[in-house]
Design a protein around this ligand. Structure first.
Ligand SMILES: Nc1nc2c(ncn2[C@@H]2O[C@H](COP(=O)(O)OP(=O)(O)OP(=O)(O)O)[C@@H](O)[C@H]2O)c(=O)[nH]1
Length: 716
């Protein structure tokens, strides 16, 4: 049994282009997993294995990679105290269309390296990632990369992390040399310098005394570091005031570790992955300060039999419980389900229960991913991450467990898809293939949704953004060899109701022989606010208030099913219904003619009638937009945002530029990037992410409805 205290599951998250892929690559190199350094720009990086990633030079899917690191070492060399640490690293994408990838990594990780560019500092996506890490309470270390670039400023990034992310960022190092001349770091705990040897591509490094001209500054920052963590250790606090020279390295490490795991501080380090500097010290910090699976809270879940909350300990002897966080189709082994094992032990070849499908499935093989290689392992235990082969049916977010100890683990937060695109197979031969391809892609990607437009019969894909859907269609073509015609991206509107009403629907059909009869009386309208709050992510509140058997109990599920199915197509413009409440309180039935089918059909007909009376409204997605622009374009940028029905929410200055925050309807944001570029001679940049759905103004709603009702097909 492995010592769980030596296990680290961590991710590397940052804004696009901060250097995650390069850093992961260096880690694999220094841990001996790969020999040649793959550069991102030649498409040679190991974790970016998908075709599109190679072409676009961005990381789309998070790949889990395992490696081992020797720690502690003396000048990089193992001695009697050295132990072998086991790492599972998840590389997470930086593009906002793929935040769900970051989100699901956060769910299964214990710690994070938050990567920043020393030149660009805290960027919009770093803020998004930061919020996600806060949501999942992930302890983190900051790594300021690209110290070799001109304009690199470590302490300025530290300041930004404090001011913009509200974190207590505490430097553990100071850079020696800057920009082209960046050589290494002063370690504020050992009070020694570390210089990387370029002759060995940074594989080795030398320890030197703190350079004379940095001594004073280093003392100052060391005192700040100790002060920041002293409250985590009484002895340290005492020594800090009485005799700072008697403080030992071990005491400082221990206090930093406690404060980091407690989310009180973020230790800040620096380096240049590309120039092979600073990566090993960051890995030592991962071992020292980030939590192991036994340092985090026990995993929570619900026992489906009792409805009670239960926890699972990171203990191989506890019942098996795991969460599938990524499904990937691998060209060689087929479907791989990545999962985090929270507790227990699972042998390859044994069975697990999927709590969503209710099926017991045999895991034929369990794999660990090492850079480009996949190695089968005999078993997996609490605290580890692996990939299972053999599932017939599995989706991202499924809980896998021991059937004798059922539990449903807390799932991940899945953002709403806001862009829709109509697709149709190009040829008859593509028809079946397209269905299969979409089914597979939906399994892999919980932010991709699919439905059929009832009027046109077209397949509608909904996703997180234009790039997301573009990549999905590209994957259909490359991986599944399906050719499709696609419409222009459309806003994924929704529908909702303003009013609660009562309605009676009677279904009566007599066509010779046995007829159909159902009669339902129900209250219909928006879901209750409290219910929505308590049932995060749910859309349909169904209340059974039938008394005295006016409708027999066995027909109630059919009524619920009928209403549920109807929600996919609203009455205004066929958009899905955001939320609704149905409270059935009376009705009647016929001893011969009533059956489940009658009640289901009656509910469907009832939905269409009731929905019209309940004041349906069109909801449009509102995006949170952030623009960074040089001062002189401020007026033009805000004017343009106003024309796009934007609500300005704030402005502040950051590193000599203005940052404008606004909420803007997504329908007004098509082509924005191009427009912004021409407004600002290419100098302003923007990011956007989904904020919420809000009722569209009447004129806009009328336009959208007229367009949908007026056409037979989604136009190209
Ligand atoms: N000068 C310098 N360039 C770097 C450094 N690290 C990464 N780069 C370069 O920055 C660019 C982006 O690096 P990536 O590693 O692809 O960044 P990423 O964060 O993985 O990017 P995405 O996957 O697109 O989110 C590449 O051209 C790298 O060579 C560094 O330390 N110094």
């Amino acid at each position: 049994m492995a010592d769980l205290r030596l296990q680290r599951n961590f991710g590397i998250a940052a804004h696009i282009d901060a250097g995650k892929t390069t850093t992961t690559e260096r880690i694999l190199r220094y841990t001996g997993m790969i020999h040649k350094i793959g550069e991102v720009h030649d498409g040679g990086a190991t974790t970016d294995w998908m075709e599109q990633e190679k072409e676009r030079g961005i990381t789309i899917t998070s790949a889990a990679v395992s490696c081992q690191w020797q720690f502690p070492t003396v000048n990089g060399k193992a001695d009697a105290n050295t132990k072998k640490y086991y790492f599972n690293i998840i590389d997470t994408p930086g593009h906002v269309d793929f935040t769900v990838e970051v989100e699901r990594s956060m769910r299964v990780l214990d710690g994070l390296i938050a990567l920043f560019s020393a030149v660009d500092g805290v960027e919009p996506q770093s803020e998004t990632v930061w919020r996600q890490a806060n949501r999942y309470k992930v302890p983190r270390i900051g790594f300021v990369n690209k110290m070799d670039r001109s304009g690199a400023d470590f302490l300025n990034v530290v300041k930004q992390v404090k001011e913009m992310l509200g974190a207590k960022a505490v430097p553990l190092q100071l850079p020696i040399g800057a920009e082209d001349d960046f050589k290494g770091v002063v370690d504020l705990i050992t009070m020694k310098g570390v210089i990387w040897d370029m002759a060995t591509e940074g594989m080795t490094f030398t320890t030197i005394p703190v350079p004379d001209d940095m001594k004073e500054e280093a003392e100052l920052w060391r005192a700040q570091l100790i002060e920041a963590v002293a409250e985590y250790d009484d002895k340290l606090m005492e020594k800090f005031f009485d005799d700072p020279n008697s403080i030992t390295e071990a005491e400082v490490h221990e206090a930093i570790r406690k404060a980091t795991i407690d989310l009180s501080i973020v230790p800040m380090m620096c380096g240049s992955s590309f120039k092979n500097k600073g990566v090993q010290t960051a890995l030592d910090a991962v071992c020292r300060y980030l939590p192991s699976p036994v340092d985090i809270e026990d995993t929570k879940g619900i026992n489906p039999d009792t409805g009670e909350e239960e926890t699972r300990k990171a203990d191989p002897k506890a019942p098996f419980a795991a969460l599938a966080f990524k499904i990937m189709t691998d060209p060689f082994v087929g479907r791989l389900a990545f999962f985090r094992c929270y507790s227990g032990h699972l042998d390859a070849g044994s069975y697990v229960k999927n709590m969503r499908s209710g099926k017991n499935e045999r895991i034929s093989r369990i794999m660990k991913m090492f850079a480009n290689k996949q190695n089968p392992i005999d078993f997996i235990e609490a605290g580890d991450i692996g990939a299972a082969v053999g599932f017939k049916e599995i989706k991202t977010g499924d809980t896998l467990c021991d059937e004798n100890h059922p539990i449903v683990l807390e799932n991940m937060f899945i953002p709403e898809p806001v862009i829709a695109i109509a697709v149709e197979p190009k040829t008859q031969a593509d028809v079946d293939k397209m269905g299969m391809a979409i089914a597979k892609l939906v399994e892999e990607d919980p932010t991709l949704r699919v439905n059929t437009d009832e009027d046109t019969g077209q397949t509608i894909l909904r996703g997180m953004g234009e790039l997301h859907l573009e990549i999905i269609i590209d994957r259909m073509r490359r991986e599944f060899k399906v050719e499709v015609n696609q419409g222009a991206p459309q806003v994924a509107y929704k529908e909702a109701f303003r009013k609660s009403i009562e309605h009676r629907e009677v279904l009566k059909k007599q066509s010779g022989g046995r007829g159909k009869f159902a009669d339902i009386i129900f209250e219909f309208g928006p879901a209750d606010e409290e219910w929505l709050k308590a049932n995060d992510g749910e859309h349909f509140q169904f209340v059974n208030d039938i008394f005295g058997g006016s409708i027999p109990r066995e027909f109630v599920p059919a009524i619920q099913k009928g209403f549920q199915a109807s929600m996919g197509t609203g009455v205004l413009a066929n958009y899905p219904v955001e939320n609704m409440k149905v409270r059935v309180f009376d009705g009647s039935f016929h001893a011969v003619d009533s059956d489940s089918m009658s009640f289901e059909l009656c509910a469907k007909a009832g939905f269409r009638e009731a929905a019209r009376k309940a004041q349906p409204v069109l909801l449009e997605p509102i995006m949170k937009v952030e623009v960074i622009t040089p001062d002189q374009y401020m007026g033009d940028v805000t004017g343009d945002l106003n024309r796009r029905r934007g609500m300005l929410e704030g402005m502040d200055s950051r590193a000599g530029a203005q940052v404008i925050k606004a909420k803007v309807p997504l329908s007004e944001m098509f082509g924005y990037v191009t427009q912004l570029r021409s407004l600002s001679s290419g100098r302003a940049t923007s990011t956007m992410e989904f904020s919420h759905y809000s009722p569209a103004p009447n004129n806009i709603a009328e336009e959208v409805i007229a367009k949908v009702k007026g056409k037979a097909k989604v136009e190209d």
